[in-house]
Design a protein around this ligand. Structure first.
Ligand SMILES: [Zn+2]
Length: 243
């Protein structure tokens, strides 16, 4: 129970309540038959293999031991072929996945599908912090250019400097020619702004247009409830209306 207390200080309180309910149910003669609840009420796992699986699953972001245990029990109930397929896909993901040599996007080949697609606009590069940025922009179906994944943003507090990011390789791409526009699509944070500023300076000597994503009001926002920073950026970044 110690581990639960570390993760969730109120767990003892809830487990006490839970024990009361269990005892009540036992007295009433309808004990819980779910093996999960039986395990949750004991301190030790009945199997070292289960304990190991739960420990590994609980290391994933946002997964506590309770969720890890639920997943492990679910997987145990599944057909062995299904769990084999899951394990295999994770092993392959870790060992076989590559990063595109041009844009550093995740890929199954040395050059990713986007970079090797002749239908896309090779004169425009959209710079994003990470692969999630690529996925988000691709999901809009509004962009047909290429990408450049930096691998993060400049953050002195976290010890991330320009040399830790794929900034030099971006400069090299622009230097090679054929790029007319670089879109800076970093997160609207202090780190993102710092990185935008740094990249803009690095690309200053090249004949390339540098743009950033429009910032400000979201669709459906109400002016009255919009914070000053967002509204201020919206006024500064106002756009003409086509007549
Ligand atoms: Zn690529």
């Amino acid at each position: 129970m110690d581990y639960l207390n570390n993760i969730f200080p109120l767990s003892t309180f809830y487990l006490d309540k839970f024990s009361c309910l269990t005892n009540f149910a036992l007295r009433k003669g309808n004990a819980f038959s779910n093996p999960l609840t039986k395990i949750m009420t004991t301190e030790q796992f009945p199997s070292k293999l289960l304990e190991r699986a739960v420990s590994e699953l609980a290391k994933l972001p946002g997964v506590g031991r309770r969720t890890a245990l639920r997943w492990a029990m679910y997987l145990l109930k599944q057909d062995a072929r299904r769990t084999d397929a899951l394990a295999e896909s994770l092993i392959q993901l870790r060992h076989d996945v590559k990063f595109c040599k041009v844009c550093h996007n995740i890929s199954d080949t040395d050059i990713c599908e986007i970079c090797s697609n002749s239908q896309r606009d090779h004169s425009t590069i959209c710079v994003v912090e990470n692969i999630r940025g690529v996925l988000a922009i691709e999901a809009t179906a509004q962009y047909r250019g290429l990408y450049h994944v930096l691998g993060g943003a400049i953050s002195p507090v976290d010890g991330v400097g320009p040399a830790d990011l794929e900034i030099e390789s971006l400069v090299e791409r622009v230097k090679a020619g054929g790029v007319h526009e670089v879109i800076l699509a970093l997160n609207p944070t202090m780190e993102g702004d710092t990185t935008n500023f740094y990249i803009t300076r690095k690309l200053g000597e090249y004949d390339v247009q540098i743009t950033t994503l429009a910032r400000g009001l979201s669709v459906g926002d109400d002016l009255e409830y919009t914070d000053e920073l967002t509204l201020g950026r919206s006024i500064l970044g106002r756009v003409p209306i086509e007549k």
